[in-house]
Ligand binder design. Structure first.
Ligand SMILES: *Cc1c(COP(=O)(O)O)cnc(C)c1O
Length: 385
């Protein structure tokens, strides 16, 4: 397995110390998650330094743990939401609704009404239907258009489900004019875990002409929303945020000052802030292959392993020994609960060994289902930050 750069950072030592303390405090009693909000804060600061032109709206779905949200709010971060519940969480923390971006392009009418009644004024659309629905339920809100952009550089593309095709722009413009909609800008997402630093530059080049078209059509475009996709380290190389900043900043600096630039990072902000620990409960050979069963699987939040996201691994809190391919499976009775068909796991794994998965602060905890009565992993928050 790779040793990842965070191993050299103090934040890594904090996660590790917290994990050791949690395991020493009580006997291991099922999977646990160590969450360190200070790491999310450090990520936020690094992103701000790399992209000073962009305002940061943390994508709440990435990790909605209140300790993470609170820590980011204290730093001055803004937020991006996709549902009423995410909005409620932010309002409970005192976030100003006027600063929230509701960027899910597909919203129930009741969700729009709910958010609008509570003061949300910025909504995404990627269709005529959504633009009209928003006009009816959120009459004087600003809308930004989620546009189709290339997602080829990302490990988790989003471009098929979302994004308005250029050919549909005239219809949206016409609907917006008819309903007196404030079309305020454009929105894109290059796909999650984007590993090409130039992808955002290309995306800006793709969408900027639409800003011009909006102005020519009599609208008042003033928001360029670059979405998320900023990568963290798994097993494949990914550019660091400073590198992305160097690549993107000149392009952003060339934009008129009246244009507000925002980013909506999720994975980058909270991914490194989590460490997940689970236990090997069975190692066996079956059909000529080594099977490793853990007490956590796809229903315990390790869902992204199935998409090929290999979390940096330690064995019992130490560098793992030489790896050999194994099938890693979860504990439930569902045959789809197989996390990886060929995972490089230490050769000498035994029942009782603990798998320490780093960079598991994102798209994990909030995917736990409790299927088969498996207990939700215990969450331990590092408090002193
Ligand atoms: C999920 C999502 C994000 C965050 O994406 P990451 O790849 O985790 O950075 C940002 N914006 C929108 C609209 C999203 O749906």
């Amino acid at each position: 397995m790779t040793t990842h750069p965070i191993a050299t950072l103090p934040a890594y030592q904090r996660l590790k110390a917290a994990a050791k303390a949690a395991l020493a405090d009580s006997d291991y009693n099922g999977p646990l998650w160590i969450i360190d909000p200070a790491i999310a804060v450090a990520q936020y600061q690094a992103l701000r330094a790399a992209l000073p032109r962009a305002r940061v709206h943390y994508a709440v779905k990435a990790n909605p743990h209140p300790a993470i949200l609170r820590a980011l709010l204290r730093q001055g971060s803004d937020f991006e939401i996709a549902s009423e519940q995410e909005l409620d969480q932010l309002l409970a923390l005192g976030v100003d609704p006027a600063r929230i971006l509701y960027s899910n392009p597909i919203k129930a009418r009741r969700a729009i009404r709910y958010a609008y009644a509570r003061g949300v004024r910025w909504f995404a659309s990627d269709s005529v239907e959504e633009t009209v629905k928003l006009a009816e339920e959120a009459p004087d809100a600003a809308q930004y258009l989620r546009l189709e952009v290339d997602n080829a550089s990302s490990d988790y593309p989003l471009g098929v489900k979302f994004g308005l095709a250029r050919a549909a722009l005239p219809d949206v413009f016409a609907a917006a004019r008819q309903h007196k909609v404030d079309l305020a800008g454009v929105h894109l997402h290059v796909g999650s875990q984007c590993r090409d630093a130039q992808a955002w530059n290309r995306a800006v080049d793709e969408v900027w002409p639409v800003m011009t078209l909006l102005a020519e059509a009599g609208f008042r475009p003033r928001l360029l929303n670059l979405g998320g996709g900023f990568p963290i380290t798994y097993d494949k190389t990914a550019p660091d945020i400073a590198h992305i900043g160097t690549a993107l900043s000149p392009r952003l600096a060339s934009l008129p000052e009246t244009c507000e630039v925002v980013v909506e990072p999720g994975r980058y902000m909270s991914g490194p802030a989590g460490l997940f620990i689970c236990e090997v409960i069975n190692v066996q050979r079956k059909h000529g292959k080594r099977w490793v069963y853990a007490d956590a699987g796809m229903f315990s939040g390790l869902y992204e392993l199935m998409d090929g996201f290999f979390y940096p691994l330690e064995l019992n809190g130490e560098t793992p020994g030489l790896p050999d391919a194994a099938i890693l499976a979860g504990p439930t009775c569902d045959s789809c609960d197989v996390l990886c068909e060929a995972m490089p796991l230490p050769r000498h794994l035994r029942e009782g060994d603990k798998l320490w998965f780093y960079h598991t602060g994102v798209y994990t905890q909030n995917l736990v289902t409790g299927f088969n009565g498996m207990p939700a992993p215990r969450v331990v928050v590092c408090e002193d930050n």
